[in-house]
Structures are given as structure tokens and as C-alpha cells.
Design a protein around this ligand. Structure first.
Ligand SMILES: Cc1cc2nc3c(=O)[nH]c(=O)nc-3n(C[C@H](O)[C@H](O)[C@H](O)COP(=O)(O)OP(=O)(O)OC[C@H]3O[C@@H](n4cnc5c(N)ncnc54)[C@H](O)[C@@H]3O)c2cc1C
Length: 526
């Protein structure tokens, strides 16, 4: 029987699944089509080696919107995030700095490099938490559409509509939107060492350096998270990040959505400039009243629809939207734990987030390499060992270690394809860098998975390997994500919508794009 679907969602990333769940909950007949054999997109868990479950791409959770957890009852379907209690910065010839849940312990640690910074850190955290709460109000609703670019007051009014914003907070907010991460942190701290791991949050997924204007916003983006009511808490999803996606999938199915994997969409079916269905790679056709794409804007419009169907202005704005992937990932299966020279032994400092970011100049030099078309000879690496917190992801006595690496520019001097011949060298550079702080790591490796930005593009369909479906720079946010006139999830093609991270409010495992796209669509009388 040829089913007539209300909505077909292209892509079973977590946003596509959230979108499908909301639509199905509202009584719509929804079908999700996922290209891979596994759901979740970049929020995925895979058993790469028997007994070892890798969060292959996304590795920590915090941004996922609490409202979605509640409305879709995701805890009932396996959503469980275990908060991390420590952020550790190993240093050469020193004890390193760890920031803990305990403020007094943290103060003592920071005092080792600066009393001034140790005293200021609680105030900084408080301010960032407050600003994160304000930003969260902006990301929890659709982007504004009516905006006059000539009138700066319009931006001010936009944020004035957010509940509870004080004038001085608004000023800080604007600073965060415009300054570099380092310039912003300079107003708080003096130590080039202590500032480094904080500044590193500002470059995640961005082809910019810590001193590039605009990176302070990305820093704020990483402060918007919340777990169980605690702001700026990052944690591990039990069973790996894919369990967030599978909870969304199970919620969608519980409301009647149908999900098919191994189903690649080749193109959107068009009739009189309207989307009427999709054609799969195997040639099958599926009709639907509306099509919603979880793919990024370029793949959706240039790839699945095609330039001849698009207005010139849209083609031009899609060409302007920057992807420029800058990150890679190395996942390790280990038979033992890394031992950091500066803080030997197996301690709680290994249970949280470990940042190879010894000082600001190190991070800026890492960007210099990328600017000139190579991966960083000494990269910023964000390490987590989730098996210490969640024993379900590795066999007893063994561990999984996830290394998020920056910079790994998609565009090498010799072009992206050159990653094929540079993948192994990239992996070795990552291990060499970690071994400078934790010698002997190599002897524990049972398996190593190296993902270059080219691999991220091929495996997950992330254009140019950008982890957020497009950079989170101010010119690509709010009413400009992904372009003027498309910020409310509708495309210029009638009945074709978007719900992925390339739409407001952007990347990260938030579910917000999927939720807001579904709710916007449901509000329309169509
Ligand atoms: C290496 C890496 C590390 C990251 N770390 C973190 C982190 O720690 N915390 C965090 O919050 N965020 C992190 N992110 C970002 C976050 O994972 C992404 O922003 C988010 O998962 C994107 O979700 P999405 O649903 O919008 O899109 P995607 O996850 O990209 O989903 C799109 C889906 O569409 C499918 N698809 C593509 N083409 C087709 C087609 N033609 N037909 C059918 N299906 C198709 C894909 O297979 C995919 O499943 C990371 C990302 C990466 C890559």
C-alpha cells in the first residue's frame, strides 16, 4: 500500500528525531529516512571493537534542552546524563590545574598560578552562568525575523524582550558577541596559562584563533548547558552520546513515527516549485505533504533540490555561509589509563574533561598552522575517558578515550583529498602531543580510530567536516542562520523545511532546531 505521509524527515540525526517526535506527538503521520544503518548522525554510539562503545563524534552532553527531555519524556526512553565534576589542564613541569565542583578546592588550584585569578573565578562563573541563562532564552525560541539592519536599536530591543536582562548584563552580552575569547577573558584574568582552557571553548568547531573577534560567543555557547537544573554542567550520556539519539527515536516511535535506516534520499521531488516527496537512492519514490530536512542547508538545497530550482539570491547566500571544518577526532580503546607526569596515578582528575591547552600562545600557534593549510603540529586536544564514569562502554579493566582535536582544517594546502595520505600522520601527532604530558599512552592502545574532517564529511554527511553544520559566528546566527528569510525553518521551496543544526539556534547536541522547527510548522495553518 502506498502510504501518504504528512511529513517525511530526511536524516535521523538527533534533531531530525526530535522533530519527528514532536510532529508524531501532535498526531501527524511521520516517516524518518536515515542514510546510515545507525541513527543519531554526529550524536552516535558505535561498538567499534567488541565491548568498546565509542561516542564516535560528539562526546559530552550539556546543551540538550531540558524542556525537550520533559515534553518527550526522554528519561523514560533511556536519556541519562552523568555530570562531570572536574576540568583538568595538564602542564609541563607542574602539577597542572584542575577545576572541581568544590569551589574551595578550585580556588587553591588556581592560586598556584594566580591569586588574582583564583579570587575572580567564582565571579566569572556566576556572570557566565547568568549570561548563559539569558542566551538560553534566545535559543529556546525561534529566531526573530523582522529586523532592520540599519537600526542597531532593533538588536537591543530584541534582547530586551528576553526576560530579566539587566543593562550591565546586556553590555557584557554584546561584548561576548563581538570580542575574541582572549580579549573577553583578559577583562577577568591575568594568567596566560589559566586562561588557555577557558579560551579553548571559544574555538571549538570554528576556523578562528582564540584571538579572533567573535570567538567569545562560541565560548558563551558552551556555557548555556544545563543538567538537572545545574548550569554549565557537562556530562556523559550513559551508553555514549548515541543513547540521547536513541531516546529521541524511541519517543518518536512511541508516538507513532516510522523510522527507516539504510535509506538514503537522493533528491526532493518537485512539482510547480513545491516539494511533493523524495526519491531514494534505490529509485523508490515516497510522497508526503511536507518534507523536512535534517541535513545542512547546502546539502538540502544545493544537493537535494538543485540550483535550477532556487532563486539566485538564495544560491548566493548559501555560497556565503561558511562551513570550513577545523576539527578531527581520535578515539582510543585502551587496556590501561593515561598517566600524567604532572599528576601521576589514577585520580579523579581523569574523570572529567582534560584539556591539552598549556597557554594562550600555544593555542594561537595551533591556529597559525591551520591558517597556512596544515593540521596543528601541536594541537588543542580535549580528552575524556567516559569508561571511568560509565562502565557500560568498555570491558572490565579497559577504557575508551575520546580525543577531540583542533586544528584539523578541511582545506589542506593540497586540498581536502590530501587527508587520505595525512590521516596516519595526524593520528601520530595527536599521540605525540598527549605523550608529552602522559608518556607511555601508546603502550595501552588496543585500537585507534582516526577521523579527519574529510572522514567526518564522508561518514556523517557534515559539509567540509564542520561539526555544527556551519560556523557559529555572529554573521551566521539568529535571523542569519542559515540566511535572511530562512531563519524560521521554511525554505524558498514550498513545503520544504529544515530542522538541522544549520538552522537557529545552531550546533551541538541541543535538540533545539528539531523542536523549534516542529513547533513552528505545527503553528502554521497548512
Ligand atoms: C567530532 C565531533 C564532536 C562533537 N562534539 C560535541 C560535543 O561533545 N557536544 C555537543 O553538544 N556537540 C558536539 N558536536 C556537535 C554535534 O554533534 C552536532 O552539532 C549535532 O549532533 C548535529 O545534529 P543534527 O541532528 O543537526 O545533524 P546530524 O547529526 O548531522 O544528522 C544529520 C543526519 O542526516 C543523515 N543524512 C545525511 N544525508 C542523508 C541523505 N541523503 N538521506 C538520508 N539521511 C541523510 C546523516 O547520516 C545524519 O544521521 C560534535 C560534532 C562532531 C562531528
Amino acid at each position: 500500500m502506498n502510504t501518504r505521509w504528512d511529513e517525511v524527515v530526511i536524516g535521523g540525526g538527533h534533531n531530525g528525531l526530535v522533530c519527528a517526535a514532536y510532529l508524531a506527538r501532535a498526531g501527524r503521520k511521520v516517516l524518518v529516512l536515515e542514510r546510515r544503518d545507525v541513527l543519531g548522525g554526529a550524536a552516535v554510539s558505535e561498538e567499534v571493537l567488541p565491548g568498546f562503545t565509542f561516542s564516535v563524534a560528539s562526546y559530552v552532553v550539556s546543551l540538550f534542552r531540558p524542556r525537550i527531555i520533559q515534553e518527550l519524556e526522554l528519561t523514560k526512553y533511556g536519556y541519562h546524563v552523568i555530570p562531570m565534576d572536574c576540568a583538568f589542564q595538564p602542564l609541563h613541569d607542574d602539577y597542572g590545574i584542575a577545576r572541581w565542583g568544590d569551589p574551595e578546592l578550585t580556588r587553591m588550584e588556581i592560586s598556584r598560578c594566580s591569586h588574582h585569578d583564583a579570587e575572580n573565578y567564582p565571579k566569572f562563573k556566576q556572570t557566565m552562568t547568568r549570561l548563559g541563562r539569558i542566551a538560553a532564552q534566545v535559543i529556546d525560541r525561534p529566531a526573530p525575523t523582522r529586523f532592520d539592519p540599519q537600526d542597531f536599536r532593533t538588536v537591543i530591543n530584541l534582547f530586551r524582550t528576553v526576560r530579566g536582562v539587566e543593562k550591565h548584563e546586556f553590555q557584557q552580552f554584546i561584548r561576548l558577541l563581538t570580542l575574541s575569547a582572549v580579549d573577553f577573558l583578559d577583562t577577568w584574568f591575568e594568567s596566560e596559562i589559566f586562561k588557555a582552557p577557558l579560551a579553548a571553548s571559544g574555538i571549538i568547531g570554528t576556523f578562528q584563533g582564540v584571538r579572533s573577534p567573535g570567538t567569545a560567543y562560541v565560548l558563551l555557547h558552551h556555557y548555556m548547558g544545563e543538567i538537572d537544573g545545574a548550569f554549565r554542567s557537562w556530562g556523559f550520556a550513559r551508553g555514549g552520546t548515541g543513547s540521547v539519539s536513541s531516546a529521541c527515536a524511541r519517543a518518536a516511535e512511541a508516538h507513532g513515527a516510522v523510522i527507516r535506516t539504510n535509506c538514503e534520499v537522493d533528491r526532493v521531488l518537485m512539482s510547480n516549485n513545491r516539494a511533493t516527496g523524495v526519491v531514494l537512492s534505490n529509485g523508490d519514490t515516497i510522497n508526503a505533504r511536507r518534507i523536512i530536512s535534517n541535513l545542512d542547508p547546502r546539502r538540502t538545497l544545493m544537493g537535494l533540490v538543485g540550483e535550477p530550482h532556487l532563486p539566485e539570491s538564495v544560491v548566493a547566500s548559501l555560497a556565503r555561509f561558511k562551513y570550513r571544518g577545523s576539527s578531527g577526532k581520535v578515539n582510543l580503546a585502551l587496556d590501561g589509563l593515561p598517566d600524567f607526569t604532572c599528576r601521576p596515578g589514577i585520580g579523579d582528575h581523569l574523570r572529567g574533561d582534560i584539556a591539552i591547552a598549556p597557554n594562550i600562545d600555544y593555542l594561537e600557534r595551533a591556529f597559525d598552522d591551520a591558517k597556512h593549510g596544515s593540521f596543528s603540529s601541536r594541537p588543542f586536544i580535549n580528552i575524556v575517558i567516559p569508561s571511568l564514569t560509565d562502565p557500560t562502554v568498555a570491558p572490565p579493566g579497559k577504557h575508551v578515550m575520546s580525543c577531540f582535536v583542533q586544528y584539523a582544517p578541511y582545506e589542506l594546502t593540497e586540498g581536502p583529498e590530501a587527508w587520505e595520505s595525512q590521516r596516519a600522520a595526524f593520528g601520530e601527532t595527536v599521540l605525540d602531543t598527549i605523550e608529552e604530558f602522559a608518556p607511555g599512552l601508546r603502550s595501552h592502545i588496543e585500537h585507534m580510530q582516526i577521523l579527519t574532517p574529510l572522514d567526518l564529511e564522508r561518514k556523517f554527511g557534515l559539509t567540509e567536516g564542520n561539526i555544527f553544520h556551519g560556523e557559529l559566528s555572529l554573521n551566521q546566527l539568529l535571523f542569519q542562520r542559515p540566511a535572511w528569510g530562512m531563519a524560521r525553518y521554511q525554505t524558498p521551496i514550498r513545503n520544504l523545511w529544515m530542522c538541522g543544526s544549520g538552522t537557529h539556534p545552531g550546533g551541538g547536541v541541543m535538540g533545539a532546531s528539531g523542536e523549534l522547527a516542529a513547533k513552528t510548522l505545527l503553528r502554521k495553518k497548512i
